[in-house]
Design a protein around this ligand. Structure first.
Ligand SMILES: CC(C)(COP(=O)(O)OP(=O)(O)OC[C@H]1O[C@@H](n2cnc3c(N)ncnc32)[C@H](O)[C@@H]1OP(=O)(O)O)[C@@H](O)C(=O)NCCC(=O)NCCS
Length: 139
């Protein structure tokens, strides 16, 4: 499975009233990173829409000045849907600060769903297999 990475610097304008990274800002970065992954593989950004953001879990606060990395990969394809997994860590860190899935649906020029024709990517390790099984159960 191809891995995409995006890094972000957490700045003053990204903070909430506790002085830590605002969940809404992170959700925006998360969906954008997942979209870039899905569109990069599908090939046409205008042909994909976001259907659902699945259960983002914020596991630890992120402080101002932190540089975070969002790792994303396409884990499951259906007929019209594409599911992308994302995980946020500190750059060079391994602790999962936030993780979750996003489902995108392929649409035609009228916004109606259509088959995307993508093939299911092969799991390369046990973690990929675990994510595929989780993605299959998401609604
Ligand atoms: C996306 C949209 C075209 C889907 O049309 P729809 O007729 O509701 O589609 P369906 O319910 O049949 O589902 C389409 C696919 O999404 C999947 N899906 C639907 N609801 C889901 C959910 N809650 N979780 C995961 N997958 C879901 C279905 O399983 C199906 O996948 P498959 O074809 O691979 O089996 C329509 O819901 C829409 O236009 N939504 C608004 C999109 C939008 O504006 N997004 C924000 C801006 S990008």
């Amino acid at each position: 499975m191809k891995i995409f990475n995006t890094s972000k610097l957490v700045k003053s304008e990204d903070l909430n009233h506790h002085g830590t990274l605002f969940a809404g800002r992170l959700a925006e970065w998360f969906i954008e990173g997942a979209f870039i992954t899905a569109a990069g593989i599908f090939g046409d950004p205008s042909g994909l829409v976001c259907k659902k953001l699945h259960g983002l879990a914020f596991n630890a606060p992120v402080k101002k000045g932190a540089i975070i990395n969002l790792e994303t990969k396409l884990v499951l394809v259906g007929t019209t849907s594409i599911k992308v997994y994302g995980k946020v860590t500190k750059v060079n860190g391994t602790e999962s600060l936030v993780d979750g899935f996003v489902t995108f649906v392929c649409v035609d020029e009228n916004g109606k769903k259509k088959a995307h024709g993508l093939l299911q990517p092969k799991a390369q390790n046990e973690e990929d297999k675990r994510l595929i099984e989780i993605a299959k159960k998401l609604r």
